[in-house]
Design a protein around this ligand. Structure first.
Ligand code: AMP
Ligand code: GLY
Length: 430
């Protein structure tokens, strides 16, 4: 029987999900707040709707007779879209509102790790009194990361000793209207992501990816949703050992065991410190951009994973092509603080050459595709080495040109990768 899959969300990550399903025997429908031209070309039908409105999503799912739904972004998860779909009798690959708290409530997330003795949890305190938080900063011996408890699109965290001083950190807390924050030990090391497919108490993990959160080259500037990312032809990254990867997987498995009945993607963001991997955060969905590294090398049929999850069967063992990937986002000039929309996107799926092109927040008009104020599109190179994959991605960016756009050319370049390796060696005293 052909499955009718409803994909929820219209970013680069969801374009990658759509591509993964395009190769399978699924009849794909999609809905999002923005019309993603890449997804629209693949899907049988694309509906523009508010994806944080669970009733609207479930009604559309019923209209198209969806047999499975895949929820891409965190906002619909937080809004309870999975719960509403289930109430309508439609299997959703994505956690219920309650389980999505592992991402949507960072205070819950830290307490959960502590209560269940999940390794890799940094020292932390949660606060709903902002003056008490400021006092804690004064008293704490060491640097702290300041984290709003709720969702901020990856842009709310301020790290003392890195982005801000203690005084600026306190000012940030006092000037904000956050009602709950987490203060936690500043972790020093290299970041990496491991994404896991989870259902029926089983976990299948994908190769590690390194995202680049800072807006400008050399890891300068404000935090963004992610400017680009790379993965290697192995499960580890060049600065990691197999043991580091295995430790991250065991933290994810411990978390899944403690969550009970979690389903969907569990994304672990880790800091590889001198003491091994520590958890920066969990997300309840694929990463964006990381999905664009992972799904193109996934050789197992994504639909097969979804149907096994729904039918209560064992998840298939996953096969990944032994290829490195480099993903680079083009974002509007001024992003994320003062983005300017309206630049014409001059690259398309054909002119991107050997690279894959994924559309994100763009606006399709009669005379072409234009940028909005969020990340515009990403290009992904696949090759035997990170260096070769990087060159493929750069060739596609050259076609796109830089008019009205900003990108980080340093992502995946040998110098930056080497810096990561040197950093970890230095931390480990090697
Ligand atoms: P998050 O929104 O939790 O992913 O945090 C955004 C970014 O802030 C992360 O990618 C890290 O670069 C940084 N960050 C978060 N928590 C910590 C921490 N405890 N120590 C150092 N950096 C952190
Ligand atoms: N790449 C970071 C995220 O998806 O949250």
């Amino acid at each position: 029987m052909t499955e009718t899959v409803l994909l929820i969300g219209g970013g680069g990550r969801e374009h990658a999900i759509a591509r993964a399903l395009e190769e399978s025997d699924a009849d794909l429908y999609a809905c999002a707040g923005n019309r993603n031209p890449g997804i629209a070309r693949i899907a049988t039908e694309f509906e523009t709707l508010e994806t944080t409105n669970p009733k609207a999503v479930a009604e559309y799912a019923e209209t198209v007779d969806a047999t499975i739904a895949v929820i891409g972004p965190e906002a619909p998860l937080e809004a309870g879209v999975a719960d509403e779909l289930e109430a309508a009798g439609i299997y959703a690959f994505g956690p219920k509102e309650e389980d999505a708290r592992i991402e949507t409530d960072k205070a819950f997330q830290r307490r959960f790790m502590a209560e269940h003795d999940i390794p890799g949890c940094p020292d932390f305190e949660t606060f709903d009194d902002m003056e008490a938080a400021c006092d804690f900063i004064d008293e704490y011996d060491g640097d702290l990361a300041i984290k709003p408890a709720g969702l901020t699109g990856g842009k709310g965290v301020k790290v003392i000793g890195d982005q801000v001083t203690a005084e600026e950190g306190k000012e940030y807390i006092r000037d904000s209207d956050y009602d709950r924050i987490v203060l936690e030990e500043r972790l020093i090391g290299e970041e990496f992501t491991v994404q896991a497919f989870v259902a029926n108490d089983e976990v299948r993990t994908a190769p590690a990816v390194q995202d680049h959160k800072r807006a400008y080259e050399g890891d300068e500037g404000p935090n963004t949703g992610g400017m680009g990312s790379y993965s290697d032809a192995t499960f580890e990254l060049p600065f990691m050992t197999e043991e580091d990867y295995a430790e991250a997987v065991s933290i994810i498995k411990g978390t899944v065991d403690a969550l009970e009945d979690y389903r969907g993607i569990l994304y672990g963001q880790f800091m590889l410190t001198a003491e091994g991997p520590k958890v920066i955060e969990f997300n309840a969905r694929f990463g964006d951009p990381e999905a664009m590294n992972t799904l193109p090398v996934l050789e197992t049929d994504f639909l097969e994973i979804l149907t096994a999850a729904r039918d209560g069967e064992r998840l298939p063992e996953l096969d990944f092509a032994e290829q490195a990937t480099v993903c680079k986002y083009a974002v509007p000039e001024g992003y994320p603080t003062d983005p300017e929309a309206g630049a014409k996107v001059e690259v398309d799926e054909e002119s991107a050459g050997d690279a894959l092109l994924y559309y994100a927040s763009v606006d399709e008009r009669d005379d072409g595709i234009y940028t909005t104020t969020s990340r515009s599109f990403a290009v992904v190179g696949l090759a035997d080495s990170i260096t070769d994959a990087e060159e493929i991605a750069e060739d596609a960016l050259a076609v796109a040109g830089e008019e009205g756009l900003h990108m980080r050319h340093d992502i995946g370049k040998p110098e930056l990768v080497q810096q990561r390796i040197d950093h970890v060696n230095e931390l480990r005293g090697e």
